[in-house]
Design a protein around this ligand. Structure first.
Ligand SMILES: Cc1cc2nc3c(=O)[nH]c(=O)nc-3n(C[C@H](O)[C@H](O)[C@H](O)COP(=O)(O)O)c2cc1C
Length: 178
């Protein structure tokens, strides 16, 4: 089973990227996870799209989404919502042959705050409805107080590892249903 894991954060020490690294490490053997960042995706501009079509970086990411059996998105929370970087990328990806249509998706997120990106995940879920993705409703992963759960670039919190392991089992079933 091929899974594409998209992090909505660009910074190198991102908790959300570290979360996806933990997901990859804890994944079942038959689940192959590729983690991608959104570096290189330009700001959406309808004039550019009319003149030149989709940028190469967007086409390449669309192709990765198309080839994957399922998608995982880890989103930070910025001002109670999805970071512009991630929203911008989903806007581009939705254009011309939207590869998210009917795609099985799982969402998660980590923040230093007390509710672990719950608000941004629910905004992301709404965007994914627009993209006609089939997003797993439950279980959910809200990694709160992330600054206490990661150290030296790694997830160290055992309780969160357990949550991720059972989430992955549910996600595997969810993707297999497609
Ligand atoms: C512009 C901005 C807005 C933020 N707003 C929120 C917020 O609404 N809720 C929250 O829990 N954290 C918020 N934060 C803190 C982020 O959760 C924190 O920076 C987190 O580490 C970002 O994710 P990352 O580690 O994957 O880069 C905000 C950070 C920035 C830069």
């Amino acid at each position: 089973m091929k899974i594409l894991a998209i992090t909505g954060a660009l910074r190198k020490d991102s908790y959300n990227t570290q979360l996806l690294k933990a997901v990859k490490e804890l994944a079942p053997q038959d689940m192959e996870i590729e983690i991608v960042t959104l570096h290189g995706i330009p700001l959406y501009d309808g004039d550019e799209e009319d003149k030149h079509g989709l940028p190469a970086s967007v086409k390449a990411l669309q192709e990765k989404v198309r080839q994957a059996d399922g998608i995982i998105i880890a989103t930070p929370e910025y001002n109670f919502s999805v970071p512009g970087v991630l929203k911008n990328a989903t806007d581009w990806l939705s254009r011309s042959g939207n590869p998210f249509k009917w795609k099985r998706v799982g969402v998660m997120g980590a923040s230093q705050g007390p509710i672990g990106t719950a608000r941004s995940q629910y905004h992301l879920r709404q965007n994914l409805v627009g993209l006609e993705a089939i997003t797993m409703p439950k279980p959910e992963i809200f990694v709160a107080s992330a600054d206490r759960k990661f150290a030296n670039g790694e997830l160290t919190d055992e309780a969160t590892k357990k949550v991720i392991t059972s989430w992955l089992a549910a996600f595997k079933d969810w993707v297999a249903k497609s």
